[in-house]
Ligand binder design. Structure first.
Ligand code: UTP
Length: 280
């Protein structure tokens, strides 16, 4: 098992409606969509575990009970396949269930990612914590993105966002940062804007769905007014920390698939299949 991390809790905001995948997401959470045989959220939990975290806090919403069932024992099914060749297909999920603690809370109204994170406060308490948006699937040959970010947190002791360079025409889909590059690929953030038009974007450095947040973010989120799209935006709250020099942006090593979009989802499925087909 990995050594204990300086960050123990990983929060998964998973209450969004996932409208881009309707009707599949009508009664099933987007986070349960599979890439090959594993649901997206399981990839996220595995990434958090490989960064040394074992407390998974999940913000769910109506119709998301499948997530809770996935991270629980299924006695009947396990009894049925015990001793058959299929038993090994549950080995990974059994390991996760054994090693991790899961807690859940419901976001009653979908008021945005910032609001979803604030809803998770009772599960997190007063510690620094990680956030994974499970629809951003990150793959690496060596170290997972969150594990890379935990190392950075140990140096900088402040909030950290993962970024990547995007096509400048796509800035209106992301939170975009600007800052001073203090080490190769590591920026001290001075500006953050949520979904700017290409003309207004300060750079093409976009925030992806991996964060490490210090717990003062909750007090800031309490005060954060609805921003872009009428939603409470985590980017706006992080900007408050950035004004104090307390946000680092990190160009992670690895590849991200935007599995919240059809294109990204299909690309992830095809590429992971090509890599792993021999195992099936
Ligand atoms: P997205 O905007 O990508 O997710 O939110 P969505 O709204 O579910 O998707 P579409 O656009 O309708 O297809 C990013 C992440 O934030 C969570 C989502 O579950 C997703 O993981 N989220 C968003 C919440 O938990 N609550 C919210 O109010 C909004």
């Amino acid at each position: 098992m990995k050594k204990k991390s300086s960050i123990e809790i990983c929060l998964f905001p998973a209450a969004g409606y996932g409208t881009r995948f309707l009707p599949a997401t009508k009664s099933m959470p987007k986070e349960m969509l599979p890439i090959l045989t594993k649901p997206l959220i399981q990839y996220g939990v595995e990434e958090a575990m490989s960064a040394g975290m074992h407390t998974m806090a999940i913000v769910t919403g109506r119709g998301k009970r499948a997530i809770e069932d996935h991270f629980d024992i299924s006695y009947e099914l396990e009894h049925q396949i015990k001793g058959t060749s299929k038993e090994k297909m549950l080995a990974d999920i059994r390991y996760i269930i054994d090693k991790c603690t899961f807690s859940y809370t419901r976001q009653k109204e979908m008021k945005g990612l910032g609001h979803a994170i604030l809803t998770g406060q009772p599960l997190v308490g007063h510690e620094p914590f990680a956030v994974i948006l499970a629809d951003d699937l990150c793959v690496n040959e060596a170290e997972g993105v969150l594990a890379q970010m935990v190392k950075l947190y140990e140096t900088y002791q402040c909030s950290i966002v993962a970024i990547e360079e995007i096509d400048p025409e796509q800035t209106d889909k992301y939170g975009v940062i600007a800052g001073v590059e203090i080490e190769p690929g590591i920026y001290r953030v001075s500006t953050m804007v949520e979904k700017p038009s290409p003309a207004d974007a300060p750079t093409n450095l976009a925030i992806i769905g991996r964060y490490i947040l210090t717990p003062d973010i909750f007090d800031i989120l309490q005060q954060t007014k609805p921003g872009k799209g009428g939603e409470i935006q985590i980017t706006d709250a992080l900007m408050e920390q950035a004004l104090q020099g307390k946000v680092i942006a990190y160009k992670f090593r690895g590849k991200r698939y935007d599995c919240g979009s059809i294109d990204g989802y299909v690309q992830a499925t095809v590429e992971l299949y090509n890599e792993m087909k021999d195992a099936y």
